[in-house]
Design a protein. Structure first.
Length: 368
């Protein structure tokens, strides 16, 4: 090929093996040089063997500008067009017609099609930038959830009430025979409030048990601020959702074949969870609350004693206070870093549109 186009090489075109690149400073100059190259190839009777070519000859009608809207309407908007989208319309046009700027016209036509905008799902659900909820101390904000129904145990338990602290990640799991509001309220008060104090706020899904008048009255009496997940996205409480998966995974490894002893295993798997480091805090839940690590059975068996001793109660209180202060500040820094990473990752996929009064919008019609 470089021999055939030797006199045009570097001035009109570039040749590399069987590839020819034609260049020009303007559109008209490019067309002129392209014609020179094609004429030279025709003069030298250069042909591409059909067996070596995937190209298919297509006869295109060059459309005048005034006929373009009608053709696009017929190919896209009619029943035989079917509103099938940009790529399919481009293929139909390319096989039949040509006019300057046809590619952009097709994209513009589809994007401005009112029927497509009102009837078709974009395929990507709106996702707003992530709003982070900050907590500054243990038991300030706790999450509630009901896990179940599970196989009924000999103690008639079928559900688990999960209560988790957002700051320390300390989590309790209480077996329940039912998920009625009265049962939940009783356990929450007797097993959590009486042991750890009244939380400032409680977060749950929109289950009837958590939205009942009884539970609302309990929150009013204790002056607890009650919040809830979105009705269309109950999985938005990441703390509880992650814990539920972890808890079920741990239980599945130890339950009997009939799966009826899970309530007896709960205290032991919860011990394992509370003595394990949490990625979002950098500490175990036990240490965040007590200022030291939990003494495990293996520590007793092997004589490991890492618990600091004190000479008096005052010395102990001072030492624990200093340890907790250090841990709490470290947890805050660690959670800030984790929250920023999570928000950056989530906001990268956000595609939420903010609207103001006066904006023109399309209203979707999904009646059929």
């Amino acid at each position: 090929m470089d021999v055939v186009l030797a006199d045009l090489q570097w001035t009109t075109c570039l040749v590399y093996l069987d590839d020819i690149i034609v260049f020009g400073r303007t559109f008209q100059e490019h067309l002129q040089r392209l014609d020179e190259v094609l004429s030279k190839l025709r003069y030298r009777l250069v042909r591409i063997p059909p067996a070596n070519s995937d190209a298919v000859s297509v006869i295109q009608v060059v459309l005048p500008r005034n006929l373009v809207p009608g053709v696009l309407f017929m190919l896209h908007n009619t029943t035989t067009g079917g509103h099938l989208g940009i790529q399919k319309l481009q293929a139909k046009v390319k096989d039949r017609f040509y006019w300057p700027g046809w590619f952009g016209d097709v994209k513009k036509w589809c994007r401005e099609c009112h029927d497509c905008a009102s009837r078709k799902d974009s395929g990507k659900a709106p996702c707003a930038p992530l709003q982070m909820s900050r907590v500054s101390r243990p038991y300030e904000r706790v999450a509630l959830d009901i896990l179940g129904p599970l196989p009924e145990t000999p103690n008639k338990n079928r559900y688990i009430l999960v209560v988790g602290d957002y700051f320390s990640k300390w989590t309790e799991a209480f077996p329940l025979p039912n998920q009625e509001a009265q049962s939940i309220a009783k356990v929450l008060v007797e097993e959590w409030v009486c042991r750890y104090g009244v939380p400032r706020s409680v977060h749950s899904d929109q289950g009837r048990n958590f939205e009942s008048s009884l539970f609302k009255e309990l929150c009013r009496l204790l002056q607890i601020n009650k919040s809830r997940t979105s009705p269309y996205h109950p999985q938005s409480d990441g703390l509880i959702e992650r814990f539920n998966r972890t808890l079920l995974s741990m239980l599945s490894l130890f339950v009997d074949d009939n799966q009826m002893n899970w309530d007896r295993l709960l205290p032991y798997v919860m011990m394992a969870y509370r003595s394990s480091i949490q990625a979002s805090t950098g500490f175990t839940p036990y240490k965040v609350l007590f200022g030291r690590e939990m003494v495990l059975p293996v520590d007793i068996m092997l004589g490991v004693d890492n618990v600091q001793t004190f000479q008096s109660v005052n010395e102990y209180v001072t030492g624990v206070a200093e340890s907790l202060s250090t841990v709490v500040e470290a947890v805050k820094r660690h959670q800030d870093l984790a929250s920023n990473r999570q928000k950056t990752h989530a906001d990268f996929r956000a595609n939420f549109h903010y609207y103001v009064v006066g904006d023109v919008i399309n209203v979707g019609d999904y009646s059929f």
